[in-house]
Ligand binder design. Structure first.
Ligand code: 3HC
Length: 295
């Protein structure tokens, strides 16, 4: 099993916002990065956005020009799980769906070297259950990054029931090597951050749904009254309303308490395809806005 200093090659699966950000961090941290996505358009978009992000950091003097260009060169785009055979650590950031992730872990277990650590960036799915899809549950762990990964200072590490102390120590040191602070959560629904964040977002939806206030006032209240960088409804749009709903459903079913039951307005927005900023419309409109379902 690789120690933190031996983690030289990192596989990142999923070239969306989270996967791109994680790939950027690993490349800037000196690792060879294999960025995997079945969609070539997603891969080219990711490389453009990572390059732009690293060059912005170089322009601001936070990274030398040479380090910036070297980091970009360290990222190789690949399209098959087999291409990750040499990775010391694989971090998956694919869609938040347990069946999809489990299938991926089964494949990863077959193709990666026996010493490789397999990590999931899941927001709330049980690491223990993902680990059970493999023959190396002691080498499976949660590495929960926050959006946008290059900016947010935290990685929440989740220990599955069988995650070994060695794997935990390696992943903690590796996260620190990326410049992040680390917190450790046991494997219970929502872990630490989403267990607390999502009920707040849900409550903001209830406040909007029951007419307590306008969306602007709910957000301004939490931004100006509690110094949050974004109001909860704006943050929900930023995270993705589908992701918020999926985490709330995991909390509701996993903890069995009606206080986690998703607000009907959140459910309706997701049903209507109003998934937030990524779709141009959520609680707020970012350009295109469908005519149905208005708050
Ligand atoms: N990639 C790289 N850098 C970025 C970036 C990105 N995607 N977005 C913003 N930045 C950088 C900017 O370049 C800027 O850097 P500088 O200060 O050195 O110039 C800095 O971040 C601030 O950006 P902006 O001035 O454009 O905008 P803001 O000051 O409004 O900050 C924000 C943007 C960092 C997103 C801030 O609004 C924020 O912190 N929002 C809350 C984000 C949050 O809570 N994220 C966690 C969500 S929960 C989650 O992800 C878990 C999941 O499981 C649900």
């Amino acid at each position: 099993m690789a120690t933190a200093s031996e983690i030289a090659a990192v596989g990142v699966i999923g070239a969306g916002q989270m996967g791109s950000g994680i790939a950027q961090l690993a490349a800037a941290g000196g690792c060879a990065v294999l960025l995997l996505d079945a969609d070539p358009t997603a891969l080219s978009r990711a490389v453009i956005s990572i390059s732009a992000s690293l060059r912005r950091l170089a322009a601001k003097g936070q990274l030398s020009q040479a380090a910036c260009e070297d980091s970009i060169k360290r990222i190789r785009c690949v399209s098959a799980v087999q291409d990750l055979r040499d990775a010391d650590l694989v971090i998956e950031a694919v869609v938040e769906n347990e069946a999809v992730k489990k299938k991926l872990f089964v494949e990863l277990d077959k193709v990666t070297k026996p010493s490789a650590i397999l990590a999931s960036n899941t927001s709330s799915i049980s690491i223990t259950r993902l680990a059970s899809a493999t023959k190396r549950p002691s080498q499976v762990i949660g590495m929960h990054f926050f959006n946008p990964p290059p900016v947010m200072k935290l990685i929440e590490i989740i220990r599955g029931a069988d995650t070994s102390d060695e794997v935990f120590a390696a992943v903690r040191s590796f996260s620190e090597r990326l410049g992040k602070s680390v917190i450790c959560s046991q494997d219970y629904p929502g872990f630490i951050v989403n267990r607390i964040l999502m009920p707040m977002i849900n409550e903001a939806f209830w406040a909007l749904y029951t007419g307590v206030a306008t969306k602007e006032d709910i957000d301004a209240g939490m931004k100006l009254g509690t110094n949050h960088p974004m109001g909860p409804l704006q943050l929900a749009d930023f995270i993705g309303l589908d992701v918020c709903l999926s985490v709330l459903r995991v909390l509701h079913s996993g903890l069995g308490d009606s206080k986690y039951s998703p607000c009907p307005l959140l459910v309706q927005y997701v049903d209507a395809g109003r998934l937030g900023k990524k779709r141009g419309v959520g609680v707020y409109s970012y350009g295109h806005r469908p005519s149905s379902v208005r708050p």
